[in-house]
Design a protein around this ligand. Structure first.
Ligand code: DMJ
Length: 666
């Protein structure tokens, strides 16, 4: 135990003599060096090793921490340099000036009538990508800059927010390049984007530089939003808005206006509205209801609307709903003649004709084909197409036509035309002619019987129904009743110039285009010659010149306007195919008159009773679903200079303005 205690610590003792020395406190360098060295020598080997190890360890730590602090330090120093920099370092390279948006412009004088109308109020749209040029959604391009034309005609570039695009890539559903959040409550996200079961024949195109939305298109968007506001506030989920009584009316109880408007919102770029409506479709649109629906109306508005929205958005929800309603409409075809009944109970699966007759309307049974054929193509289930093709084949063989013109009724038992001898291109026959051409186009121009019937019918129109009015010599389409010509023309007939132009564009006779040009002038005059600048439901043309008389005569029972689309529809085709700006100008006049006489301040537009009384057009308190489904959509397309905004070589519009793909596009 006399051995010294083991030291596992270092003790350095400085004696007072050593510290101060003989000469007292000596702080000379030589003395300190000598003294340290002596101390070091006095240490045991273990003590020295420990000290050396500690020094080495500290040195290594120092090197590591220097390396990791280097980068932030560097950037910190650079940043502070940048912050201080006022002049570019490279001579001649100037830093960009901050973006200066143009000062708010005064709206067009015409726009000034409507206080809500101002591009500044539509900020979200400035970021909306322009119209779908393809059928399938694609992830947005990272570097896309959107151009917005202000009323100066100046184009302002607005950078798309990078974080927005980042989000898009992660999202389940894409809004033409923007985002729609997945609706968790309906189906798993993985089911949301699905290629059509039978992929569409239309190839996805490379996204082109977007065409700017112009002032007139903005006015259409504003009108749509105003109409939608009324619908949302007072009629959400119901068939039609009653904008004056701030309520709604039901026809089928299936949210008709909402469904009809879906693809319009898509085309106009109204992302939020679309998203909200989609949620309603996902959660609240239920077809399992004990309700009678009209086969034709529910096909063109609901089935057609769902199919086109499916194509534009790629969202399988709409295809699922389309299949559901398509299946529920099929009982209509269970008739002795296979000519469908007019009405179907979609909950019970039963069908029947109207109470007073066993006839169906010819236009109705022959204007459901585009939709059912497309449904077969998408589902691979041929029953839909078979049912409607059979109707067309049967009608093709029927007697009772007059040079291709068909009567207005057909019997569901016998399959024969009834009420023979009356021919019109208006109510009850109109879309028969339209669908002959459009089915031929949809199917890739191969179904010759359809083309034959169409060509024959147009010859029939020329031979029996065309006349010229006085004093302006307007070419119009009248009616024939048991050999007697009547100078009566429904506004509905104004689909014809557009259809004729579409046929000519698809290679049919150039004469058709000539006739289209003459007829669209007439349809425009049906607006221009009336006090409110809005067309009545029916006009009678003067065949004999009389002093002080216009071409257009209106009977008291016919002077209502239901916000119908046909003239605007034809203006759209005419502008697309000719590029003549007068068609846009005519459409612009019509839009302004709708705004002047049919707009309800609290939201929505209304049909009116008297187009001849500008001081009291007598609002009817109803906004038809086709105002959003057709009229405003065609307006928007008419004012666009982008032929890829529903390219007419790739899409064919159904009679409710819902675009469906052409199977073999031009
Ligand atoms: C719409 O339902 C369709 O355009 C139909 O073909 C005719 N009637 C209305 C619009 O006027």
């Amino acid at each position: 135990s006399s051995s010294p205690p083991r030291r596992d610590f270092i003790s350095v003792t400085l004696s007072p003599e050593e510290a101060v020395g003989a000469g007292g406190y000596n702080n000379s360098k030589a003395w300190r060096r000598r003294s340290c060295w002596r101390k070091w020598k006095q240490l045991s080997r273990l003590q020295r090793s420990v000290i050396l190890f500690l020094f080495a360890f500290l040195a290594v730590c120092g090197v590591i921490s220097y390396a990791s602090m280097g980068e932030p330090w560097k950037s910190l120093t650079n940043k502070s340099l940048d912050d201080q920099r006022t002049e570019p370092e490279i001579p001649g390279l100037k830093l960009a000036n901050p973006v200066v948006l143009p000062a708010p412009q005064k709206a067009d004088a015409n726009l000034g009538d409507y206080p809500e109308l101002s591009p500044q109020k539509l900020p979200k749209l400035l970021h909306a990508r322009r119209g779908p040029s393809n059928l399938q959604i694609k992830p947005p391009r990272r570097d896309v800059r959107l151009k917005t034309q202000h009323d100066t005609g100046r184009v302002v570039e607005e950078p798309v927010q990078a974080d927005k695009e980042e989000k898009t890539e992660k999202s389940v559903i894409s809004w033409r390049g923007a985002v729609i959040e997945p609706d968790q409550s309906t189906e798993p996200p993985s089911n949301k984007i699905k290629e059509p079961e039978k992929p569409s024949s239309v190839e996805a195109e490379d996204q082109k530089e977007p065409v700017p939305i112009n002032e007139r298109q903005l006015a259409v968007i504003e009108a749509f939003r105003h109409a939608w506001k009324g619908y949302k506030d007072f009629a959400w989920g119901h068939d039609e808005l009653k904008p004056l009584s701030k309520s709604y009316s039901e026809w089928f109880g299936l949210g008709l206006t909402l469904i009809d408007a879906l693809d319009t919102m898509w085309i106009l770029g109204l992302k939020e509205e679309f998203e909200e409506a989609r949620k309603w479709v996902a959660i609240d649109l239920v077809f399992d209801k004990n309700v009678d629906v009209n086969l034709f109306e529910s096909t063109i508005r609901i089935l057609g609307g769902l199919l086109s929205t499916y194509h534009l958005s790629g969202d399988s929800l709409f295809l699922e709903k389309a299949k559901d309603i398509g299946n529920r409409l099929m009982p209509a075809f269970k008739t002795p003649s296979k000519i469908p009944y007019s009405d179907v109970n979609i909950g019970r699966g039963t069908a029947h004709p109207p109470r007073w007759t066993s006839d169906s309307t010819v236009a109705e049974v022959t204007s459901i084909q585009l939709e059912f054929r497309e449904l077969s193509r998408l589902t691979g289930d041929e029953k839909f197409q078979k049912a409607v093709d059979e109707v067309m084949k049967h009608v093709h063989t029927l007697s009772g036509k007059n040079d291709g013109l068909v009567p207005m009724f057909i019997n569901t038992n016998s399959g024969q035309f009834t009420h023979l001898g009356v021919y019109t291109l208006g109510a009850r026959a109109d879309s028969y002619y339209e669908y002959l051409l459009k089915q031929w186009i949809q199917g890739g121009k191969k179904e010759n019987e359809l083309l034959e019937d169409y060509m024959r019918a147009i010859e029939g129109v020329k031979k029996h129904l065309l006349q010229r009015s006085q004093p302006k010599k307007l070419t119009f389409v009248g009616e024939l009743a048991h050999g007697h010509f009547s100078a009566k023309m429904d506004h509905l007939v104004c689909f014809l110039p557009g259809t004729l132009a579409l046929g000519a564009h698809n290679g049919l006779s150039a004469d058709h285009m000539k006739l289209a040009e003459a007829l669209i002038e007439t349809c425009y005059q049906m607006y221009a010659q009336v006090e409110t600048g809005l067309s009545p439901e029916i006009v009678h043309f003067n065949l004999h010149a009389q002093k002080g008389q216009k071409d257009v005569e209106i009977k008291p029972a016919d002077r209502h306007n239901l916000l119908r689309p046909e003239t605007v529809e034809s203006l759209f085709y005419m502008y697309r195919f000719t590029g003549d700006k007068k068609y846009q100008d005519w459409g612009w006049e019509i839009l302004q008159n709708f705004n002047k006489y049919t707009r309800v301040p609290t939201g929505g537009y209304t049909s009116i009773n008297n187009v001849q009384n500008p001081s009291n057009p007598e609002p009817r308190d109803k906004m038809e679903s086709f105002f959003l489904g057709e009229t405003l959509k065609y307006m928007f397309l008419l004012f666009s200079d982008d032929i890829d905004l529903i390219n007419l070589d790739k899409y064919v519009f159904n009679t409710e303005a819902h675009p469906l793909p052409i199977w073999v596009p031009a």
